[in-house]
Design a binder for this molecule. Structure first.
Ligand SMILES: Nc1ncnc2c1ncn2[C@@H]1O[C@H](COP(=O)(O)OP(=O)(O)O)[C@@H](O)[C@H]1O
Ligand SMILES: [Mg+2]
Length: 306
């Protein structure tokens, strides 16, 4: 069971992004992290796959194995990352590549460098197509992602995560840039596939209504602290006022009702992370996934033409 024990994260000079957080995540549970911008949601998610190391406390993975403090090449950490898929707000797809190529990238997650240099096999391609079928996008498999709608792109992102055969799915504001109808469809899809595969889903959101509709468990954060942990029907107006009024400055600057917070802003660090991720994915795709001349590439072209 994934477990955070007394986890704190302090960024220099003294930003306390997480403050003594203790949480356990039960297998197969759908958890929503709720909190206004700056509450610590992204930092918590990043701790769960050790993209962010806690400054204090421990991250404990399956079989009670401690994951924090390990070298990034440690087999235990690599295995944890292989089992942990991410879905991002801006889906992080390579827009000029097809949906299926983007899904194939998900299968490289956690693989050793030499393996990622091997061409994809027919079985890889079949698995990627199966994942696209699960998000109802089989007919768009060969379509370039820049020709897909926002909701379809996010579904490709979900298929890419599924391609990894994850045990954990971490989604950071996966519907923040979608209209309400599409947001509902995408969340309901995440919920369905995670339920079918008994994937432990931890999804950060800023919309209370969506948390109420989809979460089995809500964890609310404010100023890096857990201020609510329970079923969504136990969230009271008082809790909501606490969640969204904690940062007095933000609330004063907004005329909105506290239960309808402003959408999150992207921090420069997140933008930098997104660029780095896109560049590393680009490197993989440019050099390894279905290079011209590979059998699979020819096969794709033939199928496209037929
Ligand atoms: N790399 C970083 N360096 C400095 N401060 C950071 C960094 N990442 C996050 N923070 C700060 O930590 C706090 C929590 O941020 P974050 O986890 O991104 O919150 P959320 O995802 O809920 O908006 C914020 O005050 C944010 O400015
Ligand atoms: Mg965030």
């Amino acid at each position: 069971m994934l477990h955070l024990q007394n986890v704190s994260v302090t960024f220099p000079p003294d930003v306390r992004a997480l403050d003594n957080v203790n949480l356990q995540f039960r297998q197969g549970q759908f958890t929503v992290l709720l909190g206004q911008s700056g509450a610590g949601k992204s930092t918590l998610l990043r701790c769960l796959n050790l993209l962010q190391s806690p400054t204090q406390g421990l991250v404990v993975g399956d079989d009670d194995q401690c994951l924090s403090g390990l070298n990034k090449h440690a087999p235990r950490l690599r295995q944890h990352r292989r089992h942990t898929a991410m879905v991002f707000q801006m889906h992080q797809l390579i827009l000029r590549q097809s949906a299926v190529k983007n899904v194939l990238v998900g299968m490289l997650a956690g693989q050793l460098a030499y393996k990622s240099l091997m061409p994809n096999t027919k079985a890889d391609l079949q698995w990627a197509m199966h994942c696209l079928e699960r998000v109802d996008l089989l007919e768009k498999a060969r379509t370039r992602c820049d020709q897909l709608s926002g909701g379809q792109r996010q579904r490709v992102g979900i298929a890419r995560a599924l391609a990894q055969r994850p045990r954990y799915l971490l989604a950071d504001e996966p519907v923040a840039s979608l209209d309400p109808g599409t947001a509902n469809r995408v969340l309901s899809l995440i919920q369905k596939v995670c339920d079918q595969d008994q994937i432990t889903a931890i999804v950060s959101l800023h919309q209370v209504e969506l948390a109420r509709a989809y979460a089995q468990r809500v964890i609310a954060l404010a100023d890096g602290q857990v201020i609510f942990d329970g079923p969504p029907n136990a969230l009271s107006d008082e809790h909501l006022a606490r969640i969204y009024k904690t940062n007095q400055q933000t609330v004063n600057a907004s005329d909105d009702h506290p239960s309808i917070p402003k959408p999150p802003t992207t921090t420069p660090k997140e933008i930098e992370d997104e660029i780095q991720l896109a560049q590393s994915v680009q490197r993989y795709v440019g050099s390894t996934v279905l290079r011209p001349g590979h059998d699979q590439h020819r096969q794709c072209r033939q199928q496209n033409q037929s």
